[in-house]
Design a protein around this ligand. Structure first.
Ligand code: ADP
Ligand code: MG
Length: 243
């Protein structure tokens, strides 16, 4: 689903004449198979969001190649990216990013409208997705009338509504308490099983990594498979990570 080849990224900060180069990712290779949940671990500032933004096309890599769903997206321009994202990708954010003036139903409907689907098809798809995340009773609720966990379920429903092959999630449970986190993770796990959706999920939380088929860690700009990085971990942990 995703093949990342020798990817490097650096930021150039400051004004002309006094720019500073900040290298963030160095020579990264990563393959994510269809239907896999892969979590990306790493300390704050290690480059996790940078990696996700490169895969999402919000940033251009300094070097390297990214192939998604068989398409080399490395040289895409903004228009090509916008079209590609709508056709293949969904996004889940830490802060949910729901539109406050729209109901739960309207929030989920938005990508379907952008895709140009007609009203009846949209209504059917929104209802189906709301049911899937157990939020059918909340169609007419505004985000401010929902708990954090419920808002994130709407966020997940919005990401899933177009049945994308790939979902990118940046700390999807980062602003939830641990009980709510568990239920949201369970939803992601079930959706992955039912729909075969691939997830690339960023986290600094081992709880989140526990639903992943595979975990990788960014450290000093480089990527390591979790199995190698945590060889000293007790066996039980390894089994949990590799379910
Ligand atoms: P993480 O998500 O792992 O916490 P980030 O990918 O957000 O880390 O950031 C990695 C590094 O890149 C940090 O040192 C951060 O300051 C730097 N960085 C991120 N975005 C930018 C940007 N737009 N301009 C300059 N530096 C950035
Ligand atoms: Mg981040």
């Amino acid at each position: 689903m995703i093949t990342i080849n020798r990817l490097s990224h650096e930021f150039h900060i400051g004004k002309k004449g006094s720019t500073k180069v900040v290298p963030v990712l160095r020579d990264i290779n990563l393959t994510v198979g269809k239907g896999e949940i892969v979590s990306v671990l790493g300390r704050s500032g290690s480059g996790k969001s940078t990696l996700l933004n490169l895969v999402a096309g919000y940033n251009k890599p300094s070097q390297g190649r990214i192939v998604i769903n068989g398409t080399d997206v490395t040289g895409f321009n903004e228009t090509e990216w916008a079209k590609f994202r709508l056709a293949h990708m969904g996004f889940i954010f830490q802060s949910f990013q729901l539109i406050p003036s729209m109901t739960a139903f309207q929030n989920i409907e938005l990508p379907l409208t952008l895709k140009g689907l007609d009203e009846r098809v949209r209504a059917r798809m929104v209802k189906e997705t709301m049911e899937l995340v157990g939020m059918s009773e909340h169609e007419q609720y505004y985000p401010s009338e929902l708990s954090g966990g419920q808002q994130q379920r709407i966020g997940i429903a919005r990401a899933m509504a177009l049945k994308p092959a790939l979902i990118l999630a940046d700390e999807p449970t980062g602003s939830l308490d641990s009980e709510t986190e568990k239920s949201v993770l369970e939803f992601i796990r079930v959706l992955n099983q039912q729909w075969g959706t691939t997830f690339l999920m960023i986290t600094h939380d081992a709880e989140v990594a526990s639903i992943a088929h595979r975990s990788v860690t960014i450290h000093n700009g480089q990527l390591a498979e979790q199995a190698e990085a945590e060889q000293h971990e007790p066996q039980k942990k390894q089994e949990e990570v590799n379910v």
